[in-house]
Design a protein around this ligand. Structure first.
Ligand code: SAH
Ligand code: SF4
Length: 354
């Protein structure tokens, strides 16, 4: 049996040192390798320049650099959004999106191939669950986007990462948090925890675990409805983790970490966008240090609803602000023409069975 090679993107700096030590190599070289991986953004082992040949020989024989090949990419007509379809080793494919806003660039990263949660308005949910991503596959997406930015016409550094691509990050907790740790390493990508956001459909044990482990990354919770029945109709996972348990977990998170929480609310015309709905969500989260992110529904093949139009969204915001003192934003629509918006990511040609 051939030995499975270790993917360098899945290792922390300490584990990289250990890998060298176990091979009888000087651990001092780990810093150089780390530098070439995350500051040099090496595109292959040849990019690990300055690393002694005998160390490279060992790495080539026992490790690999899990670069994810680009199966396709698309750029939105306004030039602000770029979507990549990346291939995984076993033929699965995931999407990763780079979004440019004024003054910042954000990578929207996938945590799973597909998703098991089945939210009715989400293309990833509609395609079903394929598999978990490894920490290396998550880190590799970020490095891919960072490399593209660094080598583009206006080079800049990636500073913001949101786990809002394909999949439910708290259903793949360990890999997601390990990837976040690797990306935060101050001698590597050096992403600030405050600029990493994990968005969850409401996996209660995961939210509690983040609080209890004092996770440094930010949390966004997809609410979409403020009563159990309305929520369960949009988000089947609400049957497993009911709204009252979810809100308890959110309070626990804010209290334990003394940190703000983001609530996401996909605005569907005539369904969850009235002033009454705004009052319901206001009452539900009143007292929490919270911000509401409103996301006008993006079209997907399997769901017929329409997005809430401008005036109704503004009314919703006014109720939150004036009656509950709750700040809110309407998420800028980005990349809808290339199906790169929230909830639009999927493998465009999912294979059946296999
Ligand atoms: N699984 C995580 C993160 C990925 S989805 C989660 O559900 O939170 C990122 C956000 O997009 C979530 O708030 C999700 O509810 C929302 N979303 C899904 N489908 C959408 C659609 N068609 N239009 C607008 N937002 C959508
Ligand atoms: Fe999964 Fe999030 Fe899509 Fe729901 S909205 S199906 S949890 S990716």
């Amino acid at each position: 049996m051939t030995e499975a090679k270790t993917d360098l993107y899945g290792l922390t700096l300490d584990e990289l040192r250990l890998l060298l030590a176990r091979a009888g190599l000087n651990t001092v070289h780990a810093a150089r390798i780390w530098n070439r991986l995350y500051l040099g953004l090496a595109a292959d082992m040849d990019g690990l320049d300055g690393v002694p040949e005998r160390v490279l020989r060992h790495l080539r024989a026992h490790a690999r650099l899990g670069i994810l090949p680009v199966a396709a990419h698309a750029e939105s007509s306004d030039g602000f959004t770029r979507k990549h379809l990346l291939g995984l080793g076993d033929g699965e494919r995931i999407e990763t999106v780079l979004m440019r806003f004024t003054g910042r660039v954000t990578a929207c990263i996938s945590s799973q191939a597909g998703c098991a949660m089945g939210c009715v308005f989400c293309a990833t949910g509609q395609m079903g669950y394929r598999r978990q991503l490894s920490a290396a596959e998550i880190v590799s997406q970020v490095v891919h986007v960072a490399r593209e930015l660094a080598r583009g016409p206006e080079p800049c550094r990636l500073r913001n990462v949101v786990f809002m691509g394909m999949g439910e990050p708290l259903h793949n907790y360990d890999a997601v948090m390990r990837a976040a740790d690797i990306l935060r390493d101050p001698s590597g990508m050096s992403l600030s925890a405050a600029r990493i956001t994990v968005s969850t459909v409401g996996v209660v044990p995961g939210i509690r675990r983040m609080a209890d482990e004092r996770s440094p990354v930010h949390l966004a919770v997809s609410l979409h409805a403020a009563t159990q029945d309305e929520r369960a109709a949009l988000v089947p996972a609400a049957r497993k983790w009911p709204l009252d348990e979810l809100m308890d977990a959110c309070r626990h998170f804010c209290r334990t970490l003394e940190r703000r929480i983001f609530f996401e609310w996909t605005l569907i015309e005539g369904r969850n966008d009235s002033e009454l709905h705004a009052r319901q969500v206001g009452r539900l989260i009143e007292g929490l240090p919270a911000q509401v992110n409103l996301i006008p529904l993006n079209p997907t093949a399997g769901f017929g609803g329409s997005p809430t139009r401008g005036e109704a969204a503004k009314r919703f915001q006014r109720v939150l602000a004036e009656e509950f003192g709750l700040p809110s934003t309407v998420r800028q629509r980005r990349g809808i023409d290339i199906a790169a918006g929230c909830g639009q990511l999927a493998d465009p040609s999912p294979r059946s069975g296999s």
